[in-house]
Design a protein around this ligand. Structure first.
Ligand code: GLN
Length: 558
């Protein structure tokens, strides 16, 4: 396969996971965009799942949904739909303001599946199939194909996991081979490590970095840039030490300190000269960053940091043990608040808490708005329904997203229509009032991976509705990920009794928006959080935040 002119920046991680490699990769992309270079991003996940769609968010964070659906064809005669990808793609979309493609999320599962199925159909007749060269060959092929899709000037390739993990080895080996094939002058290797502060002696420690770089070197790889993640900026002597022990020039040891907002990282990198350094490493002309683009980004960062009055938002849900489960929703809330000169203070609440003791719902008296979150399965659902009932009674501004919208409808059917046993058939298959039920198109689908209603779809908004007011449009595109939906028979029954249907899926006519009259209580079957951007927040989050703020101001007057 002929290579294009694309350059590659590989981002690896050392010492431990959760260092924010995604934010580093996205920030490098941003500083290249500042220079007018076209970028795209690949994320490699070394786990064996084909895609993260079947994963509980508390394993690896939110499952991000793309606009596009990818028909993955691992070998002739085999097809899988993929639209659910790693949460880092949300970071890329927000930083780079691009729509990412699902084929850019390469997993070990996909790589092994392709090789094994190709063996079955006879593509390697006569050969012994091995990690080297077959698995590594497939990895290189996937990276090259990703580069050919948009032919960007620079393709960012983030390698998930930590150097030293067994499952990451084939990817590092593939990278070593790629460098040989493509040429070192077109690939930069950026290694992100932790530089911990040892409190007892008040010293920053470089040994973990040294060890992880040594692990890379033992695979035949020498990092070009070391990004030191730590609470504070790396002082000169520490950068010198890392430079000496890890065989990189001092100007290529870059600080990645704790920041108030991750969106500041491109500016922090820019100040340290990382933009020019990456251009040099990739043999790209050192272009000047576009002043207008940098200052726009800078003002957005300023708004995030300065944001003033606090608006308290509760986010009850099923996966609240880690905040990454809802990262796109959190970012959409922050962006909406920043745009309005406010600060969103968000509290994640496990709804099982409310099932143990309903009196705990009282903590919702303290908040200005409630987001009822997406989710699957039975655990914690009665608690979520109790939250929606609370909102209906109190009139607290409320946005239910996907499962949250479905459970708003269940709560409405129970508390307003008097259908006490109303439920979603996902939660209670025997319910006498299936107010939320399986989508027609989902009937008969037993297998799970990639089989939901997925991806971006056109949505018709009903004039005069709160949703129409928010979007100021008759037709929008939003992203979906679900199997069940609001039962139209019950929705029609509810209309005229305080509930309004506010949106329909243009393609299959399914109800995808409901709202209650007399308050700002809205449920949407789609996920507006995925299209929200830090400097262009989703209209529905903006409207929600406006109403939460209004409630707060009214409360003050009492
Ligand atoms: N479990 C619900 C369904 O499948 C909602 C899914 C979601 O919240 N993403 O329809």
């Amino acid at each position: 396969m002929k290579d294009l002119e694309t350059r590659f920046v590989f981002v690896t991680g050392g010492v431990l996971s959760g260092l924010g490699k995604g934010v580093v990769a996205a920030s490098i992309g941003k500083i290249l965009q500042f220079r007018g270079y076209r970028v795209d991003a690949v994320k490699i996940d070394p786990y064996l799942n084909v895609d993260p769609g079947t994963l509980n968010p508390i394993e690896h964070g939110e499952v991000f949904v793309c606009e596009d659906i990818w028909e993955f064809e691992p070998a002739p005669g085999y097809r899988f739909r993929i639209a659910e990808i790693d949460q880092d793609f949300g970071t890329y979309e927000r930083f780079l303001d691009m729509k990412m493609h699902p084929s850019n999320n390469i997993t070990s599962g996909q790589v092994y599946l392709s090789v094994i199925l190709k063996e079955r159909v006879g593509e390697y007749l006569g050969k012994t199939i091995q990690v080297i060269p077959h698995i590594t060959g497939e990895i290189k092929e996937r990276i090259r194909r990703a580069a050919q899709r948009l032919s960007p000037d620079v393709l960012l390739v983030e390698l998930g996991g930590t150097v030293g993990d067994i499952e990451i080895m084939p990817f590092l080996e593939a990278l070593r081979q790629l460098i040989l094939e493509i040429g070192k002058n077109r690939i930069a290797l950026v290694h992100v490590t932790l530089v911990p502060l040892l409190e007892a002696v008040r010293q920053l420690k470089t040994k973990p970095t040294q060890h992880s770089v040594r692990a890379l070197q033992s695979m035949g790889l020498q990092p070009d840039v070391i990004i030191g993640r730590g609470a504070v900026e790396l002082p000169d002597d520490i950068r010198e030490k890392i430079s000496l022990f890890c065989n990189v020039p001092k100007h290529a040891v870059i600080s990645d300190p704790d920041l108030e907002t991750p969106y500041e990282l491109p500016l922090v990198f820019e100040k340290q000269g990382l933009g020019d350094l990456i251009c040099d490493l990739l043999n790209l002309p050192r272009r000047k960053p576009d002043v207008k683009l940098v200052s726009e980004w800078g003002s957005m960062v300023g708004r995030f940091k300065e944001a003033g009055e606090v608006v308290k938002i509760a986010m009850p849900g099923k996966y609240c043990m880690i905040s990454d489960s809802y990262i796109s929703i959190l970012e959409a809330l922050k962006a909406a608040a920043a745009k309005l000169g406010l600060k969103a203070e968000v509290e994640l609440i496990e709804t099982e808490e409310f099932e143990e003791d309903r009196r705990r719902l009282k903590i919702l008296d303290e908040v200005d708005g409630i987001i009822l979150t997406p989710g699957f399965g039975v655990r914690g659902v009665e608690g979520m329904i109790a939250v929606a009932e609370y909102a209906i009674k109190s009139g607290t501004p409320f946005l239910g997203i996907c499962f949250g919208a479905q459970l708003l409808f269940v709560a409405y059917a129970r508390s307003v229509l008097g259908l006490e046993k109303a439920n979603s058939t996902e939660v209670d298959p025997e319910t006498p009032h299936p107010v939320v039920r399986l989508l027609e198109e989902q009937k008969g689908i037993e297998v799970k991976g990639g089989t939901m209603k997925l991806g971006g779809r056109p949505v018709r908004l009903v004039r005069g509705s709160l949703l129409h007011q928010a979007y100021k449009a008759d037709r929008i595109v939003e992203r979906f990920r679900h199997r069940y939906h609001i039962n139209p028979d019950y929705a029609r029954l509810a209309e005229g009794r305080g509930l309004r249907i506010s949106a329909y899926d243009e393609l299959d006519g399914a109800i995808c928006g409901i709202e209650l009259e007399g308050s700002w209580i809205v449920g949407v079957q789609f996920h507006p959080e995925f299209r929200s951007r830090p400097n262009n927040p989703s209209p529905i989050f903006l409207e929600f935040m406006r109403n939460a703020y209004r409630k707060r101001e009214l409360g003050k007057g009492c």
